[in-house]
Design a protein around this ligand. Sequence first.
Ligand code: ADP
Ligand code: ASP
Ligand code: MG
Length: 829
Amino acid sequence: MKSSAGNIGPALLVQKFGGTSVADLKGFEASADVIQHHGGDGQVIVVLSAVKGVTDLLLAAIDQSVEGGDGKAPLAEALRRQQVVIDEYTAKGIPTPLGTAFLSEQHEQLAQRIEGVRLLGQCPDRIRARILATGEGFSSRLMVDLLVHRGIAAEWSDTDVLPLANEDWLDSLVDVEAAGPLLRQRLRDDVKVLVLPGFYGRNAAGEIQLLGRNGTDYSAAAIAAATGASRCQIWKDVDGFFTADPRIVPNAQCLTEASYEEAMELSYFGAKVISAKALTPLADKQVLCEIRNTYEPDQPGTLIHRDAKRTHVVRGISHLQNVASITLQGGGMRGRVGIARRVMDALASRSISIILIVQSSSEYSITLCVKQADADNARRALEQEFHFERLHKLIGEIGVQANRAVVSLVGEGMKHYRGIAARFLTAISSAGVNVEVIAQGSTECAIAVVVQGDEAQSATRACHTAFFSRTTHIDVILLGCGNVGGELLRQFRQQSPKLLEHDVELRVRAIGNSRKLLVADDVIDLSSWREQLQSEGKSYDMDAVIAIRDRLGLLNPTIIDCSTDEKLAAQYVRLLEAGFNVVCANKKANTMSLEYYREMRSAASRNFRRFLYETNVGAGLPIIDTLQGLIRSGDQLITFEGILSGSLSMIFGLLEDGMAMSEALAKAMELGYTEPDPRDDLSGMDVARKLLIVAREIGLQLELKDVEVEPAIPMETIAKVARAELLPAVRGLDAVFAEKVAAAAAEGKVLRYVGSIKDGHCRVAVETVAKELPLGATRDGENALVLHTHYYQPIPMVLRGYGAGAAVTAAGVFGDLLRTVWRPLDQNS
Ligand code: ADP
Ligand code: ASP
Ligand code: MG
């Protein structure tokens, strides 16, 4: 539908092309294609940004000459970039009468103006506006050249049709109501495409005033609002508005739609898609706004409109770099009226805009954020404003924290759901990032936090994963890859595809043994980890392990300790402090001093990390979890007894069958049930450690030395003999054991190696046990744990099953690992 001047129909379209769409001839041509093929049947108003980078270069030329330099290099580069596009046109035989005439005129004028600035030592805003506007002046004319060459009825228009509503030379507002009739008049019937430079308007005196950085979006929005256009299209080098900056979050998704308010919040807090200022006229007049890709024009893009459906609770995440936070603090602020207003006025009078401001509820402090470049100026303004208060020490030093960033979560859906802020903060903390300030607007459409600038990207990625990825990632560093660790990796490999079906992605990022550490940039291929560790592993220390977290940007990572290393166990507090969950099969940590025992638990809860060790006692049998459950629900343990060693369970079972002690030991060794040196089992220390862990779990404040240990075989007979002499030495005890076994059997009993807790006392010893009782029936390497509690009596709770062996232990560790993600906030305390 063709419309006539003075009566523009709904088919009028406004198209804005940003710097990335007019970076070179290819960009101009792609933009011209869009105007030609996606401009609809009606008239089109096209608004252009400067050639990519030109405004920044002109600004650099001004800054240099203000500081006494000549500004020639950036100016020459700005002119060169524009000349390059003209040359590209010429090479293709496209005439550029408008572009060439304008650029040659600018060569002279810009050089003179920049020289003037240098002589003056300052750049008045009016001159600054004129210099910066030339970029748009050029690109818009060059576009007309191309469209005319293609035979399109295109015409260039100056921005005298954009009268201004205020006297701000650098950040002006368009008088939308007044602009309407002027634009309509300019858009004659015979013009198909009217091209205007973006970024500036003209005041009543015809002088150029800028519309703020990235002001071309605002030019387009104001024009669309003024003319009652059907749509305002913002053409860029991306498919649309993404859930986060796609350069930082590779799996960010392109939004189909967003509301004006959401787009405004996202842009305000840093999403470089459409300037926040542009959204006001669009929202006021309910102009539909599309974000589209110049280079992929068939993509649907993002529609910004009033009725955007709430498909997600959260629409997007943005981050704003180069921010400084400023804090005013002091007892003198309490109860005094008007401090916040004075802060705002002081900054407004210097044209410093406040990104966010938060007042502590005690009114004892106010924190605000401004652009980094404004920080010094802002501090001086506040020092001046609060001169009196500072003199009388009512307010302390005004603290400036430089290099901060604001990360914000935006979505109108947030109003209707609980727990969003908690999830947001948990995600940020899972990335190991500290939150310095939290701000939530009263509209509840955005929550913003201030973090260290260099941590903003990890925080943004972590939040994006938390809100937009269905997949939960489990990042693992495995230390100790012998029997249990090796089996665990095998189970990971086998189970990973199943977990993925449940949206859990298990990623092994590093594997270490006692000598070497293998770290993958991505994930370790578990089909060949042994070879890789061998060939690519490097010697390492705990600093190297801790550094992996930041280097690979791990989210909520877990260290699994499948070693028996005491030194590693002594590092758990440090690992928890560094933001790792710790899952250990290693029993050493839980049997170190009580002080360390407590410290690990408080480090875990302080840092919201999990410390899990289900396999420390009874391998895969759920003894720790069961005990914790009983105690939490108010039950009390009266007595405990257990067969806690697989090897001794095997040996004592064989004795019962009439085998001699030395033969039983030999058989257990042969079947692989014992430690490499079986004396480690026979000494009873392994059982003593497990018993101590159970005792501490029920609240007994005991050290390892408090456990009374009677070895399974008198150690004096075997302690000093060589390995090869061990069995002959044990043979000397065969008769004694045979006698004990027979005596017990006469009473219907059997010998068992038992750990027991009674009246706060722990004891590990060979006991005679009635054959039909749970412990009497436990043999062949099985474990049994018998719990007499207030609720479980007279019949006790019994847990029985294999309590050793690589497969069940690894499965227990695997279970702990999964618990680190299922219940991330539920701490073992
Ligand atoms: P133009 O000047 O052409 O309008 P800009 O250079 O100002 O373009 O901004 C475009 C860039 O903004 C994109 O290339 C993209 O990397 C970045 N960007 C940041 N946040 C987002 C987001 N949430 N969605 C889409 N693009 C984003
Ligand atoms: N060229 C101007 C700037 O870089 C305006 C714009 O591109 O929107 O700020
Ligand atoms: Mg731009």
